[in-house]
Structures are given as structure tokens and as C-alpha cells.
Design a protein around this ligand. Structure first.
Ligand code: ATP
Ligand code: GLA
Ligand code: MG
Length: 567
């Protein structure tokens, strides 16, 4: 029987479009929510499109597999507001989820005779089947093999599978036997566009495997931690920002993610401003393939940051001081050095009062400038000598799992970016905690927020060297047209940019991009449509149980008030 309930209202409320006002929300640990309708997941203005999309996914699932899907696992992409390339050095970051997401429709109703002896079956198809062809795998019970030397879309599913199975084995014992699964994926986060389609895919995959294997509740922190570690299996030694944003985010809020002493996320609101602020996301259409360029870009930066931590530790801390082994990709981080340095300093001075984190970071910037004075970089031999290890040992510790190509490592520039960017995140957060002084006109306050984003872009371009001409052009063009702050977002070297724009300048900024950038590219209609997104902070991972609720149905007969029904 149909039990329709309205999902459309005449106009979206302000809260759906702008971050909530009024300070921090509490820590957001707990189980991944089970959505009872699409309005639990999407903002009102997205419901019409999303209901059609979900319906088509479930109908297609039935056509491909000859049976209905049991549930859908969903995780979104993200945009990072501030805190770029510092998550893998374990400093806090401030991203938010976007509406675009990865959906995995799943059934476990697969005859066991379908798989080889000692194996289970994974059938995985994609709604974009020309780009992402269907695969079938017989996977042995004891291990999930991932070949990171090939760039294959199903590797992202397999990495979520591998991580989820490790967790299931921890909970249910080493003999735990996973179920076979039939999957149809629909991802709307542009791949390689800097909005983290990969984390959306891995997080939704891990969630799907947990639910398929009978987990009634999936803990958000456990899911995020496993997704962070397992995504590295595809060959990029990434940090934890994307998966945290994908899993924890809440509609209407940005997310402050901290990684030490343990992973924590809390919702952050923007104060009410006048003029009102909008985040615009603009694609550069330069595809940054982190997998292919890892050895000279992303993975190299991770190595440079860890080497900088080890070098600063060797020079600035007492001889023989070990760096703490932590959750960073190479187990030693600039944050680990930071903590050790000030703990020892206080200890030796017998100090009772500690310095604020801001003043510690300022001190570290000054110390880095003095200590790491070689602007053209450090050779392996030079670093190994200071660390008092052999070059082979250095390679074993820092460059063996994720190979890099570099003659010299730019330790000075990388450490300077990380410490100064960590400081900018704190400054941004303390601005958000204040109410602007003059609430009738907050232009000055808005400009301070934007100024920090512009400084991030300068640092990414000149110090961390992760921007590109096209992103620089988009930022310059937006600022000329009235953006308070413009910068790259995500890994960089192409991909996306984010802009803090007063609501009354959105049109002017979009027109400037069209005139000065997009009209010069040869874009398809689809690309033109997706080029600029007015972002609304979206919600994080969710599960929708089709068996309980029935397929999502868009019933056109209901007229203007588009409805979704459970069957
Ligand atoms: P960034 O990490 O810079 O934010 P990103 O996550 O989109 O951007 P990558 O980390 O390179 O970029 O991941 C992109 C890869 O994820 C694609 O090459 C593909 O293998 C996989 N992927 C993303 N979206 C889909 C999809 N809809 N269907 C299948 N595979 C996808
Ligand atoms: C990619 C990684 C993240 C983070 C950003 C840069 O998106 O997956 O972990 O390092 O780059 O901030
Ligand atoms: Mg990615």
C-alpha cells in the first residue's frame, strides 16, 4: 500500500542553504543514521532530482540482478573550507559535505553455489557502465587482493571491503565469513575533481559491507577510521579529512575534524553576517590524477612532511629523542614533533603555564625558518646524516610503501606551509566563535575570514606548490568580481576551488568566470552545468533500508507537490 508523504515545500528554508548560526555543536560520535526518507538525507531543493535518481538506481538494480536491492549505503563528497594538506600531519581541518554523493544499492541474495569453493562472490556494476565496466570477483575468505599498480575503479570498493572485513573479524573472530554481494553504484561526485569522489566511494563501500554482513548499527568513528586506512590501498597515502567529512557531516554545518589524541568531529556554525556569505565551488576542469602523479605530488608531500618532522626533531630536540609513533600515514608527523618539542621545553624549564597553540605554531614557523635554511631542498644523504641513519634505512622508513621521485626534499617549504596553515585554521575558528562587532554591516569581519582563505591559496601556490595556473586564474578572477577569499580545495594540482562570496556578488563572480575562464575552454553542456556549485553544507553517511521502506517512488500523479513513497 502506498503511504505517501510530502518532500517538497514551496521554498527551502535559510537553514538548508547557509550554515547554522550560533557556535559549536557537540561531538558527533555515534551510529551512522538509518534514513527513513530522502528528506533525512538531502536538502529540500535537492529532493526532486534525488528521488528520481534513487528510483532509477533501484529500478536498474532490479533489471540487472532480477531482484530488488535490500538497502542503499550513501556517503557524500566534501569541500574543504580551510586546512589544506595538513590532515596527514595530524592538524585539524574544516571541511563540509556536499550534496553530490556515492550510492551503493546492495543485495546479499546470491546463491552460495555461485562462488568458487572457499570464496564469496562480489558482483559490482555502475550506472555509468561505459566508463566503469561491470566486474565479478570470487574473493577468498582470508584476504582481499588489491593491485594498486593498476588504476581500476573497483579497487576503491575492494579497499572499503578489506577495511570493513578487518573490523568484522575484530568483532566476530578470525573465522568470520563475509556474505556474497550484488552491487549497483551511482556516484555524482566528479571523479578527480577535488571533491573527494574516492572517499565517498570507499566510505559508502565499507558501510555497505558492514550492513550486508548483518551489522545493525555502524559506529561513525569506526567506519571513518577504517575508511581512512583502507583508501591508502589504492596507492595514495592520504590523510583523514575526506572520510571524516563524508561520514560525520551534518546538514547546515561545517565540520571541525581533529586527529589527536583521537579522531573527533564536531559541527561548526557560521555566525549571521551582513552581507550574507555563500560558498561557491568552481571546477578548473584540470583533472588531477593523484594516483598517477603521486610519486611527484601527493605522496611526495607526505614524505617531505614526515622527513621535516624527523629532521626538526633531530636538530631541535635533545639527541636520541624519539618521535611518537602516531596515526599519520608514515607514523611520524609534524604534529608529533610539535607536541614533543613543547612538552620537553616545558619539562626542562619546569614551567607551570603552557603556551597557547597559536603562539607555539608562531614559534615553530620562526624556528623552521632558522633551522631549515636550505631553500633548494635536502638530499637523501643530507637528511640521513642528520637522522643518523643510512640512506637505505631512510628509504625503508619513508619511501618504500609509496615510492616517490625526487632528488631533493623541500623540507623548509613544506613545514612552513603546514605550521602556518594550522595557525590559519585556528584563526578562522576563533573568528567563527566571535560574533562580528557590527551586525548591521559585517564586511570587515567577512573580509577577515576571506583574507585567511587568500593566505592559504598563496601558501599552497608558492610554498607548498600544489596549485596550478588555472586555479590561480579562477581565484584572481573571483576576487576581482567581489569574492572575499578564493583558494584551491582538496589536493590541488587542478580540481576544484572554493570561494567565500557575499550573496549579492554571486552573480558577478559567476559572470566573471564565464567571461574570463569557462568561455575559453571547450566544455560539454554537462560540464558547463557542473562547473559552478553554490554549496550547501550537506549531511554525512546514511543507510536506507529498501526492504523496510520499499523502493523510492516518484509519483508524478501527485502533481506539483512531488512525493516520495514507501511501498
Ligand atoms: P580528490 O581526492 O582530489 O578530492 P577525487 O577523490 O575525486 O578527488 P581521486 O582520489 O583520484 O579523486 O579518485 C577518483 C577515482 O575514484 C576515479 O578514478 C575512480 O576510480 C573512482 N571513482 C570516483 N567516482 C566514481 C564513480 N562514480 N564510479 C566509479 N568509480 C569512481
Ligand atoms: C586529498 C586527501 C586529503 C587531504 C587533501 C589535502 O583530498 O585525500 O586527505 O590531504 O588532499 O588537504
Ligand atoms: Mg580522492
Amino acid at each position: 500500500m502506498l503511504s505517501p508523504f510530502p518532500i517538497f515545500q514551496s521554498s527551502p528554508s535559510r537553514q538548508d542553504i547557509y550554515p547554522r548560526t550560533g557556535g559549536y555543536q557537540s561531538n558527533m560520535a555515534g551510529p551512522v543514521p538509518v534514513a527513513s526518507s530522502l528528506s533525512d538525507i538531502y536538502t529540500i531543493d535537492a529532493l526532486g532530482t534525488q528521488a528520481k535518481r534513487w528510483n532509477s538506481l533501484l529500478t536498474r538494480f532490479q533489471t540487472i540482478y532480477g531482484q530488488p536491492a535490500e538497502f542503499v549505503a550513501r556517503s557524500p563528497g566534501r569541500v574543504n573550507i580551510i586546512g589544506e594538506h595538513i590532515d596527514y600531519s595530524l592538524y585539524p581541518v574544516l571541511p563540509m559535505a556536499i550534496t553530490a554523493d556515492s550510492l551503493l544499492a546492495v543485495s546479499t541474495n546470491v546463491a552460495s553455489s555461485n562462488a568458487k569453493e572457499g570464496h564469496y562472490k562480489i558482483k559490482i556494476a555502475n550506472v555509468q557502465d561505459a566508463k566503469f565496466p561491470t566486474h565479478e570477483f570470487d574473493i577468498p575468505y582470508d584476504a582481499v587482493d588489491i593491485d594498486a599498480t593498476v588504476h581500476e575503479w573497483t579497487n576503491y570498493f575492494k579497499s572499503g571491503l578489506r577495511g570493513a572485513l578487518e573490523l568484522l573479524r575484530k568483532k566476530h573472530g578470525a573465522d568470520f565469513k563475509p556474505k556474497s554481494m550484488q552491487i549497483l553504484m551511482d556516484g555524482t561526485v566528479p571523479a578527480g575533481g577535488g571533491l573527494s569522489s574516492s572517499a565517498a566511494f570507499v566510505s559508502s563501500s565499507a558501510l555497505a559491507v558492514m550492513v550486508a554482513n548483518g551489522e545493525k548499527t555502524v559506529d561513525k568513528t569506526e567506519l571513518t577510521e577504517l575508511a581512512i586506512v583502507s583508501e591508502r590501498a589504492v596507492g595514495v597515502n592520504s590523510g583523514g579529512m575526506d572520510q571524516s567529512a563524508s561520514v560525520f557531516s551534518e546538514r547546515g554545518s561545517a565540520l571541525f575534524v581533529s586527529f589527536t589524541p583521537s579522531l573527533k568531529a564536531r559541527a561548526v556554525s557560521f555566525p549571521k553576517t551582513n552581507p550574507e556569505l555563500t560558498f561557491l565551488i568552481a571546477q578548473s576542469f584540470v583533472t588531477a590524477d593523484k594516483f598517477v602523479t603521486g610519486p611527484i605530488h601527493y605522496n611526495l608531500r607526505v614524505v617531505e612532511c614526515s622527513l621535516a618532522a624527523a629532521y626538526l626533531n633531530a636538530v631541535l630536540n635533545p639527541p636520541g629523542t624519539p618521535l611518537p609513533s602516531d596515526a599519520s600515514p608514515l607514523s611520524v608527523s609534524l604534529h608529533g614533533f610539535h607536541e614533543t618539542f613543547f612538552a620537553l621545553q616545558e619539562h626542562s624549564a619546569g614551567a607551570t603555564s603552557s603556551k597557547s597553540t597559536e603562539s607555539q605554531l608562531e614559534e615553530l614557523v620562526a624556528l623552521t625558518e632558522k633551522t631549515l635554511d636550505k631553500k633548494d631542498g635536502y638530499t637523501r644523504e643530507e637528511i640521513a646524516a642528520v637522522l643518523n641513519i643510512s640512506v637505505d634505512e631512510l628509504d625503508k622508513q619513508f619511501t618504500s610503501r609509496f615510492p616517490v621521485r625526487a632528488e631533493k626534499f623541500k623540507l623548509r617549504q613544506r613545514a612552513l606551509h603546514v605550521f602556518s596553515e594550522a595557525l590559519r585554521v585556528l584563526k578562522f575558528m576563533s573568528l567563527l566563535e566571535q560574533q562580528p562587532a557590527n551586525t548591521d554591516d559585517t564586511s570587515e569581519y567577512n573580509a577577515q575570514l576571506g583574507g585567511l582563505l587568500n593566505q592559504t591559496q598563496d601558501s599552497c601556490r608558492d610554498v607548498y606548490e600544489c596549485s596550478c595556473n588555472e586555479i590561480d586564474e579562477l581565484c584572481a578572477s573571483a576576487r576581482r568580481a567581489g569574492s572575499y577569499g578564493s583558494r584551491l580545495t582538496g589536493a590541488g594540482w587542478g580540481g576544484c576551488s572554493v570561494h567565500l562570496v557575499p550573496a549579492d556578488k554571486v552573480k558577478a563572480v559567476k559572470e566573471a568566470w564565464e567571461r574570463e575562464y569557462y568561455s575559453k575552454l571547450d566544455l560539454t553542456d554537462e560540464q558547463k552545468e557542473a562547473a559552478v556549485v553554490v554549496s550547501k553544507p550537506g549531511s554525512g553517511s546514511a543507510v536506507y533500508l529498501v526492504e523496510d521502506r520499499g523502493p523510492v517512488v516518484v509519483d508524478d500523479r501527485i502533481g506539483d507537490g512531488l512525493r516520495m513513497a514507501g511501498r
